[in-house]
Design a protein around this ligand. Sequence first.
Ligand code: GRF
Length: 216
Amino acid sequence: MAPKRIVVLISGSGSNLQAILDQTLEGQINGKIAAVISNRPDAYGLTRAEQAGVDARLLDHKQFADRESFDAALVELIDSYQPDLVVLAGFMRILTPELVRHYHGRLFNIHPSLLPKYKGLNTHQRAIEAGDDAHGCTVHFVTEELDGGPLIVQAQVSVTPDDDAASLQQRVHQLEHQIYPLAVQWFCEDRLSLSDAGVELDGELLASSGYQYTTR
Ligand code: GRF
């Protein structure tokens, strides 16, 4: 099976990018990151890409008059790399429906909550304030609804009475670095797809909460 081509979009530190990059370089993922694109010039993820010899591209949204023109330029830049898969890894932009539809079935996002709970921002603080015993992260296919697409894989952490948003974020982040490369790995082995019925892994339809990842 030919290695898949992956484009990763970032706005910040890029620790999820690093986790996926490491697994492509180590051969656990049957794919290659063709480019990393940031909308912010100061994103450390651009440096991570350069250090790994991957094309690091800046497309600054501030240079565009509106969301539509930025997203149109973004699609053009992404498509110049002919990706099989586009991975949002801390890309802090709301996407136009046109962009989302263009990458239907090949656009992933990771969100730091057990979706469908806590779409949007400040997820760790919201889980604590709600008194939840469990929190976590989710990889999902992106659709037009913000943080709302079909779920691929979820990992949970227990919330302890001592937790604050920072401690919870740190534990959730570690799990993100496990489940995001895993979802990419499945996709690159042609094991994962999005159909009208939902998300299929190895030919079986997943539950709406996605594959439940447990650490061994
Ligand atoms: C992660 O918490 C992810 O869930 C969210 O943005 C953050 C990106 O972190 N979508 P990093 O840049 O990968 O370190």
